[in-house]
Design a protein around this ligand. Structure first.
Ligand code: NAD
Length: 256
Protein backbone atom coordinates (compact mmCIF):
# COMPACT_ATOMS: atom_id res chain seq x y z
CA UNK A 1 0.00 0.00 0.00
CA UNK A 2 2.88 2.40 0.83
CA UNK A 3 4.28 1.97 -2.70
CA UNK A 4 0.88 2.54 -4.25
CA UNK A 5 0.29 5.75 -2.29
CA UNK A 6 3.78 6.97 -3.17
CA UNK A 7 2.97 6.34 -6.84
CA UNK A 8 -0.23 8.38 -6.52
CA UNK A 9 1.73 11.27 -5.04
CA UNK A 10 4.38 11.00 -7.78
CA UNK A 11 1.56 11.36 -10.32
CA UNK A 12 -0.09 14.31 -8.56
CA UNK A 13 0.49 18.00 -9.19
CA UNK A 14 -1.62 19.63 -6.48
CA UNK A 15 -1.25 17.91 -3.16
CA UNK A 16 -3.23 19.41 -0.30
CA UNK A 17 -2.34 18.28 3.21
CA UNK A 18 -4.64 18.65 6.21
CA UNK A 19 -2.67 18.14 9.42
CA UNK A 20 -3.80 17.75 13.01
CA UNK A 21 -2.28 17.35 16.43
CA UNK A 22 -1.10 13.77 15.69
CA UNK A 23 1.74 14.99 13.47
CA UNK A 24 3.30 16.77 16.46
CA UNK A 25 3.07 14.00 19.07
CA UNK A 26 6.47 12.65 17.98
CA UNK A 27 7.83 16.13 18.70
CA UNK A 28 6.63 15.74 22.30
CA UNK A 29 3.37 17.74 22.06
CA UNK A 30 0.40 15.63 23.17
CA UNK A 31 -2.77 15.62 21.06
CA UNK A 32 -6.27 16.10 22.54
CA UNK A 33 -8.11 12.89 21.71
CA UNK A 34 -5.44 10.22 21.12
CA UNK A 35 -4.68 7.61 23.84
CA UNK A 36 -2.15 9.98 25.49
CA UNK A 37 -4.28 13.04 24.68
CA UNK A 38 -4.63 15.98 27.05
CA UNK A 39 -8.43 15.58 27.19
CA UNK A 40 -8.30 11.79 27.34
CA UNK A 41 -6.17 12.01 30.48
CA UNK A 42 -7.84 15.06 32.08
CA UNK A 43 -11.36 15.85 30.83
CA UNK A 44 -11.37 19.10 32.88
CA UNK A 45 -8.58 20.40 30.64
CA UNK A 46 -11.23 20.86 27.95
CA UNK A 47 -12.54 23.85 29.94
CA UNK A 48 -9.27 25.71 29.38
CA UNK A 49 -9.89 25.56 25.63
CA UNK A 50 -13.50 26.71 25.87
CA UNK A 51 -14.06 30.42 25.32
CA UNK A 52 -17.15 30.63 27.54
CA UNK A 53 -15.41 29.23 30.63
CA UNK A 54 -12.28 31.23 29.80
CA UNK A 55 -14.08 34.60 29.64
CA UNK A 56 -16.35 33.91 32.60
CA UNK A 57 -13.94 32.50 35.15
CA UNK A 58 -10.63 34.11 36.25
CA UNK A 59 -9.60 30.79 37.81
CA UNK A 60 -9.85 29.09 34.40
CA UNK A 61 -7.67 31.87 32.96
CA UNK A 62 -5.07 31.50 35.73
CA UNK A 63 -4.91 27.76 35.00
CA UNK A 64 -4.72 28.43 31.27
CA UNK A 65 -1.74 30.81 31.69
CA UNK A 66 0.07 28.24 33.88
CA UNK A 67 -0.57 25.54 31.34
CA UNK A 68 0.67 27.80 28.49
CA UNK A 69 3.94 28.43 30.36
CA UNK A 70 4.38 24.70 30.94
CA UNK A 71 3.59 23.70 27.34
CA UNK A 72 6.12 21.30 25.81
CA UNK A 73 5.56 23.10 22.50
CA UNK A 74 8.04 25.90 23.31
CA UNK A 75 11.02 23.53 23.08
CA UNK A 76 9.58 21.17 20.47
CA UNK A 77 11.43 20.52 17.22
CA UNK A 78 9.83 19.40 13.95
CA UNK A 79 9.99 15.64 13.36
CA UNK A 80 10.32 13.44 10.27
CA UNK A 81 6.58 13.84 9.57
CA UNK A 82 6.89 17.63 9.30
CA UNK A 83 10.04 17.29 7.19
CA UNK A 84 8.25 14.93 4.79
CA UNK A 85 5.76 17.71 3.99
CA UNK A 86 8.66 20.12 3.41
CA UNK A 87 9.94 17.55 0.90
CA UNK A 88 6.58 17.68 -0.91
CA UNK A 89 6.94 21.44 -1.23
CA UNK A 90 10.56 21.08 -2.40
CA UNK A 91 9.34 18.73 -5.13
CA UNK A 92 6.87 21.41 -6.28
CA UNK A 93 3.82 19.31 -5.40
CA UNK A 94 2.42 21.07 -2.36
CA UNK A 95 -0.56 23.23 -3.29
CA UNK A 96 -1.54 24.04 0.31
CA UNK A 97 -0.99 22.85 3.85
CA UNK A 98 -4.09 23.29 5.96
CA UNK A 99 -3.25 22.82 9.61
CA UNK A 100 -5.38 22.66 12.72
CA UNK A 101 -2.18 22.89 14.72
CA UNK A 102 -1.21 26.02 16.58
CA UNK A 103 2.45 25.10 17.20
CA UNK A 104 3.99 26.57 13.97
CA UNK A 105 6.14 23.44 13.58
CA UNK A 106 5.36 23.28 9.84
CA UNK A 107 6.90 26.72 9.32
CA UNK A 108 9.83 25.83 11.60
CA UNK A 109 10.41 22.67 9.56
CA UNK A 110 10.74 24.80 6.42
CA UNK A 111 7.34 25.04 4.73
CA UNK A 112 6.76 28.53 3.32
CA UNK A 113 4.40 30.49 5.57
CA UNK A 114 2.30 31.47 2.54
CA UNK A 115 1.46 27.79 1.86
CA UNK A 116 0.41 27.13 5.47
CA UNK A 117 -3.23 27.89 6.27
CA UNK A 118 -3.58 27.99 10.06
CA UNK A 119 -7.29 27.49 10.62
CA UNK A 120 -6.97 27.55 14.42
CA UNK A 121 -4.40 30.35 14.75
CA UNK A 122 -1.06 30.30 16.55
CA UNK A 123 -0.09 29.84 20.20
CA UNK A 124 2.98 31.99 19.55
CA UNK A 125 0.84 35.15 19.57
CA UNK A 126 -1.53 36.59 22.16
CA UNK A 127 -4.64 38.63 21.42
CA UNK A 128 -6.90 40.92 23.43
CA UNK A 129 -10.53 39.85 23.51
CA UNK A 130 -11.56 43.49 24.10
CA UNK A 131 -9.72 45.50 21.45
CA UNK A 132 -8.20 42.83 19.20
CA UNK A 133 -4.61 43.95 19.88
CA UNK A 134 -2.06 41.23 19.13
CA UNK A 135 1.56 40.61 20.06
CA UNK A 136 4.18 37.92 20.61
CA UNK A 137 3.04 35.38 23.22
CA UNK A 138 6.47 35.58 24.87
CA UNK A 139 5.63 39.13 26.05
CA UNK A 140 2.50 37.94 27.86
CA UNK A 141 4.26 34.88 29.30
CA UNK A 142 7.00 37.13 30.69
CA UNK A 143 4.33 39.11 32.59
CA UNK A 144 2.93 35.85 34.03
CA UNK A 145 6.41 34.71 35.07
CA UNK A 146 6.87 38.06 36.82
CA UNK A 147 3.78 37.48 38.95
CA UNK A 148 0.69 38.62 36.98
CA UNK A 149 -1.50 35.52 37.14
CA UNK A 150 -4.04 36.79 34.59
CA UNK A 151 -2.44 39.71 32.70
CA UNK A 152 -4.85 42.30 31.27
CA UNK A 153 -4.47 44.22 28.00
CA UNK A 154 -2.19 47.22 28.46
CA UNK A 155 -4.23 49.24 25.94
CA UNK A 156 -7.82 48.62 27.05
CA UNK A 157 -7.71 46.44 30.19
CA UNK A 158 -9.43 43.58 28.31
CA UNK A 159 -8.91 39.85 28.74
CA UNK A 160 -5.86 38.41 26.98
CA UNK A 161 -5.77 34.92 25.45
CA UNK A 162 -3.64 33.06 22.98
CA UNK A 163 -4.39 33.97 19.36
CA UNK A 164 -5.97 30.59 18.73
CA UNK A 165 -9.54 29.54 18.04
CA UNK A 166 -10.97 28.21 21.30
CA UNK A 167 -13.96 25.90 21.36
CA UNK A 168 -17.10 28.01 21.10
CA UNK A 169 -15.20 30.76 19.28
CA UNK A 170 -15.96 31.60 15.64
CA UNK A 171 -13.44 30.68 12.98
CA UNK A 172 -12.00 33.44 10.80
CA UNK A 173 -14.21 33.24 7.67
CA UNK A 174 -11.50 34.26 5.16
CA UNK A 175 -9.10 31.64 6.54
CA UNK A 176 -11.60 28.78 6.49
CA UNK A 177 -12.79 29.82 3.00
CA UNK A 178 -9.22 29.71 1.76
CA UNK A 179 -8.73 26.24 3.28
CA UNK A 180 -11.90 24.79 1.76
CA UNK A 181 -11.12 26.41 -1.60
CA UNK A 182 -7.67 24.80 -1.57
CA UNK A 183 -9.28 21.41 -0.79
CA UNK A 184 -11.51 21.83 -3.85
CA UNK A 185 -8.41 22.41 -6.01
CA UNK A 186 -6.51 19.30 -4.86
CA UNK A 187 -5.78 16.30 -7.04
CA UNK A 188 -4.41 14.44 -4.01
CA UNK A 189 -5.64 15.08 -0.47
CA UNK A 190 -3.71 13.82 2.54
CA UNK A 191 -5.28 14.00 6.01
CA UNK A 192 -2.65 13.32 8.65
CA UNK A 193 -2.81 13.07 12.44
CA UNK A 194 -6.35 14.31 12.81
CA UNK A 195 -9.38 12.57 14.28
CA UNK A 196 -11.47 14.60 11.74
CA UNK A 197 -14.07 15.45 14.34
CA UNK A 198 -13.92 19.22 14.17
CA UNK A 199 -16.05 20.90 11.49
CA UNK A 200 -15.99 22.69 9.13
CA UNK A 201 -12.33 21.70 8.63
CA UNK A 202 -13.12 17.98 8.56
CA UNK A 203 -15.49 18.71 5.67
CA UNK A 204 -12.41 19.46 3.54
CA UNK A 205 -12.03 15.70 3.05
CA UNK A 206 -15.44 15.41 1.38
CA UNK A 207 -14.89 18.57 -0.66
CA UNK A 208 -11.64 17.20 -2.06
CA UNK A 209 -13.22 13.81 -2.76
CA UNK A 210 -16.17 15.37 -4.60
CA UNK A 211 -13.77 17.48 -6.67
CA UNK A 212 -12.10 14.26 -7.84
CA UNK A 213 -9.01 14.13 -5.62
CA UNK A 214 -7.59 10.88 -4.33
CA UNK A 215 -7.90 10.85 -0.55
CA UNK A 216 -5.41 9.21 1.80
CA UNK A 217 -5.71 9.26 5.59
CA UNK A 218 -2.69 8.66 7.83
CA UNK A 219 -3.87 8.25 11.41
CA UNK A 220 -3.36 5.68 14.17
CA UNK A 221 -7.08 5.54 15.02
CA UNK A 222 -10.12 5.25 12.76
CA UNK A 223 -11.79 8.46 11.53
CA UNK A 224 -15.35 9.09 10.30
CA UNK A 225 -13.96 9.49 6.75
CA UNK A 226 -12.07 6.20 6.41
CA UNK A 227 -14.85 4.73 4.25
CA UNK A 228 -14.49 7.39 1.53
CA UNK A 229 -10.66 7.31 1.48
CA UNK A 230 -8.68 5.54 -1.25
CA UNK A 231 -6.28 4.35 1.44
CA UNK A 232 -5.99 4.51 5.21
CA UNK A 233 -2.52 4.07 6.73
CA UNK A 234 -2.52 3.59 10.48
CA UNK A 235 1.24 3.41 11.15
CA UNK A 236 3.31 6.02 12.96
CA UNK A 237 3.16 9.33 11.09
CA UNK A 238 6.89 10.03 11.38
CA UNK A 239 7.57 6.71 9.63
CA UNK A 240 4.71 6.61 7.13
CA UNK A 241 4.97 10.18 5.79
CA UNK A 242 8.64 10.04 4.74
CA UNK A 243 7.91 6.73 3.01
CA UNK A 244 5.04 8.09 0.90
CA UNK A 245 6.33 11.58 0.14
CA UNK A 246 9.92 10.95 -0.89
CA UNK A 247 10.76 10.49 -4.58
CA UNK A 248 11.11 7.04 -6.15
CA UNK A 249 14.89 6.54 -5.54
CA UNK A 250 15.01 7.43 -1.86
CA UNK A 251 11.78 5.58 -1.07
CA UNK A 252 13.36 2.13 -1.48
CA UNK A 253 14.94 2.74 1.92
CA UNK A 254 11.52 2.64 3.54
CA UNK A 255 10.22 -0.52 1.88
CA UNK A 256 9.25 -3.30 4.28
P1 NAD B 1 -7.02 14.99 17.81
O1 NAD B 1 -6.34 15.03 19.15
O2 NAD B 1 -8.51 15.03 17.79
O3 NAD B 1 -6.58 13.68 16.99
C1 NAD B 1 -5.23 13.35 16.80
C2 NAD B 1 -5.19 12.01 16.10
O4 NAD B 1 -3.84 11.71 15.77
C3 NAD B 1 -5.70 10.86 16.98
O5 NAD B 1 -6.71 10.15 16.29
C4 NAD B 1 -4.46 9.98 17.22
O6 NAD B 1 -4.75 8.61 17.21
C5 NAD B 1 -3.58 10.34 16.03
N1 NAD B 1 -2.14 10.24 16.33
C6 NAD B 1 -1.48 10.82 17.36
N2 NAD B 1 -0.15 10.60 17.26
C7 NAD B 1 0.02 9.83 16.14
C8 NAD B 1 1.17 9.28 15.52
N3 NAD B 1 2.42 9.50 15.98
N4 NAD B 1 0.99 8.52 14.40
C9 NAD B 1 -0.27 8.31 13.90
N5 NAD B 1 -1.39 8.84 14.44
C10 NAD B 1 -1.25 9.60 15.55
O7 NAD B 1 -6.38 16.16 16.95
P2 NAD B 1 -7.05 17.16 15.92
O8 NAD B 1 -7.97 16.43 15.00
O9 NAD B 1 -5.93 17.98 15.36
O10 NAD B 1 -7.97 18.09 16.84
C11 NAD B 1 -7.44 18.69 18.01
C12 NAD B 1 -7.52 20.22 18.01
O11 NAD B 1 -6.69 20.70 19.05
C13 NAD B 1 -6.96 20.83 16.78
O12 NAD B 1 -7.98 21.56 16.22
C14 NAD B 1 -5.81 21.76 17.21
O13 NAD B 1 -6.15 23.10 17.03
C15 NAD B 1 -5.65 21.57 18.67
N6 NAD B 1 -4.36 20.98 19.13
C16 NAD B 1 -3.19 21.36 18.52
C17 NAD B 1 -1.97 20.83 18.95
C18 NAD B 1 -0.72 21.27 18.24
O14 NAD B 1 -0.68 22.36 17.70
N7 NAD B 1 0.32 20.45 18.21
C19 NAD B 1 -1.93 19.90 19.99
C20 NAD B 1 -3.15 19.54 20.63
C21 NAD B 1 -4.36 20.08 20.16
Amino acid sequence: MIDQVRGWIDASARVVVLSGAGISTDSGIPDFRGPQGVWTKDPLAEKLSNIHYYLADPEVRRRAWKSRIASPAWDAKPNAGHLAIVELERRGKLHALITQNIDELHQRAGNSPDRVIEVHGSMRRFMCWGCGMRGPMEEALERVRSGEEDPACRDCGGILKSDTISFGQALVPEVIDRALQAAAEADFFLAVGTSLQVYPVAGAVEIARRAGARVVIVNAEPTPFDAIADAVLDGSISEVLPAITSGRESASRFRH
